[in-house]
Structure formats: structure tokens, C-alpha cells
Design a protein around this ligand. Sequence first.
Ligand code: SF4
Length: 339
Amino acid sequence: MPPPFVIPIFIAHQGCPHQCLFCNQRSITGAPEGMVTADEVRETIRTQVAWPRRHPEAPVQVAFYGGSFTGLPMARQRELLGAAQPFLASGQVRELRLSTRPDYVTPEIAGFLREQGVGVVELGAQSLDDRVLGASGRGHSVAQVRTAVACLKEAGIQVGLQLMLGLPGDSTPTALASGRAAAALDPDMVRLYPCLVISGSPLAELYRQGQYQPLSLSRAVALAGRLWSIFNGHGISVVRMGLQPSSSLEKTVLAGPYHPAFGELVLSRLFFNQVRAELSTRSSQQSHRLCLAKADESIYRGKGNANVKRLVALGLLEGVETVFSASQPRQSVVLTPVD
Ligand code: SF4
């Protein structure tokens, strides 16, 4: 089954009275100020379900992103979710998804969402370390993350966890412990976002005062790779690494490990490690063929062919012919001796 076709609807910062240190929600979503109306929701869905799709058999989801949905007044939640009901009833939309804060989920809320056709809830957990949550001004605890995950699972809703790298008070050991704790909750998917210094956020002020130092790009890529490996080891899908690039985001990033293809950098680094480990096992007396998936060629090569240059510099490609095969599964590395 191909991945779902997602119709995104942004509800910028509506319903959220908090001010996390890193957040300037309008910059992150690129959404204009103002309330999305039910008519606009209907019109967006009507337009986008009619678009020609590469995989017409892919299930269609309507996703309310960008705010803490279950913090909205109930009438407003009903208005927005209600606008999608005719499309659920007609089968044009399979299910709804939304994002919210862990402390805005109770058994009653989870039950209500399920009744309304919500199949996936993404929780902005950000960290599973209470000290890091406190230092980042999140206003919720790790215990509330655990409770929210349990409530959603009990209601039959899939759970996504969003985690942030490089938050105030975080470190590599706490981030890895947080990743392991998140994996133990067995979410259906995870998103990893590096913490950026966004203009207009409280973190920007701390950065100006020298009280906050963001991760460098290379450290963020390395850390995301280690977290990806933790989740992959538990069979948990990491559906995104890095924020969705947008011109409004790029204009407002003051500092931090922003890269428009952050996820690709991480996958490229992981794949380099995998290929290097495989090549390190071969006897240099014997020629070999290195077979990789055609679809992996770009992450194998890395930006500017950097991975290949490093393998050459390490002497690992001497006597090795590299072949890209359309029939080979992705992220597999096959090394065979050649006579
Ligand atoms: S809870 Fe979400 S929307 Fe509210 S301030 Fe924090 S990051 Fe921004």
C-alpha cells in the first residue's frame, strides 16, 4: 500500500496559550494569521481530492497541523472536524489526523476524536526528559506524554511522536535516553526536528544573550542518525527528519542546524556507515561487486559525491565495481566476489 495522500490544513497557533522557547508558530507553518473557516476546510478538501494522483489507490488523509488542535474550544473542534465528515462518509477521505500537545489528551478527548474519524494523532512530545521539557518552557511532563499515548492507543488511534534535537538543557546522552524512552512507548511513527533559533521566539533572545547555543549541522545530523537507528531497531518508522522547507521559515531562521534536505543528509550518513562496514569486511586481494538499489544512488553518493570521495580516501573502493540495480531492495548492500 503506498503512503497516504495527505491534504494539509494549517491552524497556526490557534488554541495554544503556551509559549515554548523555540516556537514562533507562524514562522514554522508559514500559515497566515487568522482563523481557518469550515468553508475553507471544505473547499481545500474538495479541490485536493479531485487532483490527479500518482497513486490513486493511496488512502486520503486530511491533516490539521500547526497548532494544538485539542486545545481549541469544543465548538471549534467540532466545526473543523465536521467540515470533513461528508468526505469521510463518501469514502473520498479515509481518515483525519491532527497534532496536539500531550497534556491536551484525556480518555474523553481520545474517544471524541475517534468518533469524528481521527485515525492518527501526532503528539508534540519534543523530549522524554523532564528537565529538558522544563528548560524549554513546554509546560508538560513526561508522565503526561505516557498518559496521552496510552489514551490514544486505547481509543484505537495511531500515535506519532514528534521529538526535538538540541533543546535547551539537552545533551547527546539525554537525547539518546529520550529516544529510547520514546521507542519504549511503541508509537506508530516518529518525526525528528532539530531545534532552530527562530526570529521572534524567546529562544532568539537567549541566543542573542549567549545563553543558548544550537547544535551544529553535523552534530544534529549525527544525533538524528543515532535516534533513527534506535527507532529503526524497534521497527518504528521515522516519517520525517527536519522541518518542511518554506521561504517564510528560511527568512526567520536566525541560527541552528537548518538544511532543506536534512533528512537526506541523515540517511546519507547512515548509508555511508552501512556501506563502509560492509566494505571493511572484504579481502583486498579479491575484486568485488558492490550492488546497491538504484533508488539509493543519491544517498550513497552524498552531497557533492562526498561519501564516495571518503570511501576512496579510505581505500575501500579499490578493486570494487559499483552497480545500481532497480530490482534491489532499498538500503540493502550486497557485496559479492568477482573472479
Ligand atoms: S505548544 Fe506548540 S504551538 Fe504552543 S507554543 Fe509550544 S510549540 Fe508553539
